[in-house]
Design a protein around this ligand. Structure first.
Ligand code: ACO
Length: 333
């Protein structure tokens, strides 16, 4: 899907993030499963990840990131028309995590709902927020990607437990006064035929959380990592072409890449595709691991607050994840 057809553009007026305090290093993991720091760093680029405190759920992380984004945008919670939380690890099946964030922030006027597109969730949420704003339905939208993935990991499975972490990132979206500034296009994709490559098979309606399901850890992330890796590299390359074509741009006209942080080797492949030096690629996977829907907004916030991304820069956001889903958004900052 290509958007970008209406006159009004949506700008990102503020970003925010939150990471739990607890750090779990590769050396900690060496004591838990048969792995090494060397293997994890060379295969994934991950050195450490954050783990939420026992009393923290996804809405708690999301609320902090949201508050942070509201501060940068210099608006109050009562200004919000809509809150979207992208997550695959909600506090509950219902009510929505977005509703809990609304309550926590005191955003009394806002509508609120969750969106699930696994690691691509933030790109999907940004697209939905953009459409609500450009249609004139809403003026101020808070989109958040937040996960407490470490609760849905089999800590005895070295294939997966070394990869994931917890965190939240957020963005405030508003109409732009400058037609040259804001979201230039968004591109969403999905292939449900590949759903079982990356999933939590149990714990929901297909396989309710019985003792047996929990004992067999069927409610945790299962991934055919090697196959997912290859498809991710191919599909992200295709979506980069789509973004360039849709906007009539060359590779060297993209100033920054803010990729989903699943694996440094996947990120490097996308950078090569863009012929972009790694200095222009925002990398947090070494410190955050894969935080699913939170990874792109966490990286974006780090780059914006660190002064790397500046007004006028063309910033390409992309993600790939369960579903399988993938997508991208091009933003003129
Ligand atoms: N420590 C040591 N050895 C390990 C570990 C570990 N933590 N994990 C796996 N291995 C072993 C495997 O058992 C295998 O051994 P074998 O050859 O004897 O069977 C060997 O290492 C190689 O395994 P591969 O799967 O080939 O390793 P690969 O180079 O593909 O790296 C990884 C694995 C990091 C998972 C990679 O495939 C990857 O990043 N995949 C994509 C992940 C992704 O993008 N997911 C999408 C987003 S996630 C979401 O939506 C929730």
């Amino acid at each position: 899907m290509k958007t970008g057809i209406m006159d009004v553009r949506t700008r990102i007026a503020g970003t925010g993030s939150y990471l739990p305090d607890k750090i779990l290093t590769n050396f900690d993991l060496e004591k838990m499963v048969d792995t090494t720091d060397e293997w994890i760093v060379s295969r994934s680029g991950i050195r450490e990840r954050r783990v939420a405190a026992a009393e923290q759920a996804t809405s708690d992380l999301a609320t902090e990131a949201g508050r942070n984004a509201l501060e940068m945008a210099a608006i109050g919670p009562e200004d919000l028309d809509l809150i979207i939380v992208a997550t695959l690890t909600p506090d509950h099946f219902f009510p929505s995590t977005a509703g809990l964030v609304q309550r926590n922030l005191g955003a009394t006027r806002a509508a609120a709902f969750d969106l699930e597109a696994a690691c691509t969730g933030f790109i999907y949420a940004l697209t939905v927020g953009d459409l609500f704003i450009r249609s004139g339905s809403f003026r101020t939208v808070l989109v958040i990607g937040a996960e407490v993935l470490t609760r849905f990991i089999d800590w005895e499975d070295r294939n997966t437990c070394v990869l994931f972490g917890d965190g939240a990132g957020a963005a405030v979206m508003k109409p732009s006064d400058d037609p040259g500034q804001g979201i230039l296009s968004t591109h969403l994709h999905s292939d449900g035929r590949l759903a079982d490559m990356l999933m939590a098979p149990g714990g929901a309606s297909r396989m309710p959380p019985t003792h047996e399901v929990v004992e067999k850890k069927l409610n945790t992330v299962k991934m055919r990592g090697n196959e997912v890796f290859k498809i991710a590299v191919t599909k992200l390359s295709e979506v980069v072409d789509e973004v360039l074509q849709a906007n009539g741009l060359r590779e060297d006209e993209i100033d920054f890449l803010v990729p989903h942080q699943a694996n440094l080797r996947i990120i490097q492949a996308t950078a090569r595709k863009l012929r972009m030096p790694m200095e222009k690629v925002i990398v947090t996977v070494d410190r955050h691991g894969n935080t699913s829907a939170a990874s792109v907004p966490l990286a974006l916030d780090e780059a914006v607050r660190g002064g790397r991304i500046k007004r006028g820069d063309r910033v390409l956001l992309e993600a790939f994840g369960g579903g399988l889903t993938w997508g991208a958004a091009l933003v003129r900052w």
